[in-house]
Design a protein. Structure first.
Length: 234
């Protein structure tokens, strides 16, 4: 059946061919069509988009933009693709929450900030203030700890903030959590606190982690896609 589409497949599919990840939301059916026709680029982009943007239900199943479990889509046939998306998403989310957990735990254990001379830190009293203040190392680390707990709790990771779990259940997407972490700010956001404020380091690490996530598309998927492409000519 697929082979009979060969004379028209390339022209017919052209409007659906992926041009970028930003245009992939709510287009799970295009992913299936690209699978059947063998359009490798479109399939790769949509699979990666599902990995980054899918929320999950209480059972850990990836959801579409309307909150419907993707497992109910009978046309999402690529073997193992949803299981790979779910497991990779869980691993990445847990790595991100672990970074926040470790930061809170370290601030609790350290007792002092990590200013180079350990003689205290200077900081601006509030956003926009031009008056500098100084504090003792133990005061600084308490401010770091309190700010971390408050902000991590604020983005919905109460179990992490209270050191109850490093890998709590999180129903949002990878992109949701990345945006939440990158939005965190507190009063130590100051160049003089680079050594004792872990926030920028965490932001850099989660950004790099998400940017380097492996594609859920396997070699077996690629073999099938390339075989289909030969049949359809896309």
């Amino acid at each position: 059946m697929t082979q009979t589409l060969s004379p028209w497949a390339s022209t017919w599919f052209r409007p659906y061919a992926a041009t970028g990840i930003s245009a992939t939301e709510g287009k799970e059916i295009v992913m299936w069509i690209s699978w059947e026709l063998g359009h490798e680029e479109t399939f790769r982009i949509h699979a990666k988009s599902l990995l980054l943007k899918s929320k999950i239900n209480d059972e850990g199943e990836p959801l579409d933009g309307n909150g419907i479990a993707l497992s109910t889509y009978t046309f999402l046939e690529p073997p193992g693709i949803l299981a790979t998306i779910a497991s990779t998403r869980a691993t990445v989310i847990h790595e991100m929450t672990r970074m926040l957990y470790d930061a809170v735990e370290n601030a609790l254990k350290d007792g002092k900030c990590k200013c180079p001379d350990n003689g205290g830190c200077d900081y601006y009293g509030s956003y926009g203030s031009h008056n500098r203040r100084s504090m003792a190392p133990d005061q600084c680390i308490r401010l770091v700890l309190g700010s971390l707990i408050q902000q991590v709790h604020k983005i919905g990771l109460q179990d992490v903030a209270l050191l109850q779990s490093a890998t709590p259940k999180y129903l949002g997407s990878i992109n949701d959590l990345l945006s939440a972490i990158k939005s965190i700010k507190f009063s130590l956001d100051d160049p003089n606190h680079n050594t004792c404020n872990p926030l920028q380091n965490i932001k850099d690490k989660v950004t790099s982690l998400v940017a380097n996530i492996d594609s859920p598309v396997t070699d077996k998927h690629l073999e099938y896609l390339r075989a289909q492409a030969k049949k359809t000519g896309v």
